[in-house]
Design a protein around this ligand. Structure first.
Ligand code: PLP
Length: 377
């Protein structure tokens, strides 16, 4: 039994950063109260929330008043999709269920946007979908895939969407903190982020909404967030999210380059040990931290368990609900054989990973491949 563990599931969750912890504790130590209260304690809490909003706006290229705080990425996506003043949706095949499910549940028509074999959205198909069908559309295109890491052509899609009078939502949950996200430069109408993907706490996120987009609120109640999202603000969580983003972006380029080096080493050794491995979206522009791969003879659940026993935490590509494995919709849309897609595993790295983690992963992988060959002989 090993004592060392290598955490390689940063697209699922990230450890709370020291900056975020400090910001949260500072709020609790101060005893921040309800930011809507008129008394001094309430006003102190209001100042914390507004400082965080300013800091996030500076780091995300938007105006502070365009930020609406939510209870995470799922709520931000739901709010954008359900509240958008549109008649239909054009949703990329790579999108997260937090976008796909509310679109389907809305009762409005949903068409899916094709991706190429590398998992990158097809802009000609977008243009066709916008031209050939009537009714104002919301285009949903994520910044980067949570599964393959493939970066999406968001800026170009925004231009095309606007040429056809459509709105566009960018789910940047997997981009914020790892890439430079600039709301204005991307030119989108709405953009979702989630704190726990960049060193902040779980259950806090934001939706940036361009001034003038008449979004219906999802949650009704008090008049918080300029009547766009009711509910007393999560003051400590919001402060921690702003601190986490600031900290994640410090030396971002160097962090990214170190992570890319580790990822590239992992991929080349992974395939050297076993050349039958397929790495999905390997030829696409990709987030530096993500490797999504499969071996035709390796069962994903068995591999996941073996890695876990060897001290390596990663994810399987197929979600298992009620004992039934659901194959990644993104991989199927990329034309990957369903049997191979079922075997997909995801490694996602972060700034804390080291060469030792890569060695631990590779040792486990080598042992698993040897066991598989021995069983087959
Ligand atoms: N969108 C993407 C692309 C994600 O990867 C996730 C979480 O994995 C979400 C949305 C949901 O975010 P949250 O966990 O904050 O609800």
């Amino acid at each position: 039994m090993t004592t060392r563990r290598a955490y390689m599931d940063w697209n699922a969750d990230t450890p709370l950063s020291p900056a975020a912890r400090e910001a949260m504790c500072a709020v609790w130590d101060k005893g921040a109260l309800n930011p809507s209260s008129a008394h001094a304690g309430g006003q102190a809490a209001r100042a914390i929330v507004e400082d965080a909003r300013q800091s996030l706006a500076g780091n995300l290229g938007c105006a502070a008043h365009e930020i609406v705080f939510t209870a995470g990425g799922t709520e931000a996506d739901n709010m954008a999709v359900r509240g958008a003043p549109v008649q239909r949706y054009i949703v990329s095949f790579m999108e997260h269920p937090a976008v796909v499910r509310p679109a389907k549940a809305s009762g409005r028509p949903v068409s899916f946007l094709d991706v190429d074999a590398q998992g990158v959205a097809d802009l000609q198909a977008l243009e066709r979908a916008l031209r050939e069908q009537g009714g104002k559309a919301l285009v949903c295109l994520m910044f980067a895939s949570n599964e393959t890491g493939a970066l999406q052509p968001v800026r170009q899609a925004a231009r095309i969407a606007h040429e056809h009078g459509a709105l566009i939502l960018c789910d940047a949950v997997q981009g914020a903190g790892k890439a430079d996200i600039d709301f204005n430069a991307l030119g989108v109408d709405m953009l979702a982020i989630s704190a726990h993907k960049f060193g902040g706490p779980q259950g806090v996120g934001a939706l940036i909404i361009r001034e003038g987009v008449g979004l219906e609120p999802l949650i009704l109640g008090g008049g918080q967030e300029r009547r766009r999202r009711a509910g007393t603000e999560n003051v400590a969580g919001i402060a921690a999210m702003a601190a986490a983003l600031e900290s994640a972006l410090e030396g971002r380029a160097q962090k990214e380059s170190a992570i890319r080096d580790l990822r590239d080493e992992l991929e080349s050794r992974l395939q050297a040990i076993c050349p039958q491995v397929t790495i999905f979206s390997q030829a696409a522009p990709r987030m530096a931290n993500t490797t999504f791969f499969a071996h035709p003879g390796m069962d994903a659940a068995t591999a996941l368990m073996a890695f876990d026993l060897d001290g390596v935490s990663l994810s399987a590509g197929s979600a298992c609900h009620s004992g039934k494995a659901e194959v990644s919709r993104a991989l199927v849309a990329m034309g990957v054989d369903r049997e191979l897609a079922r075997r997909a595993l995801r490694v996602s790295l972060g700034p804390d990973n080291t060469e030792d983690d890569i060695r631990l992963f590779l040792r486990s992988w080598q042992a698993q491949v040897e066991r598989m060959s021995a069983n087959a002989a």
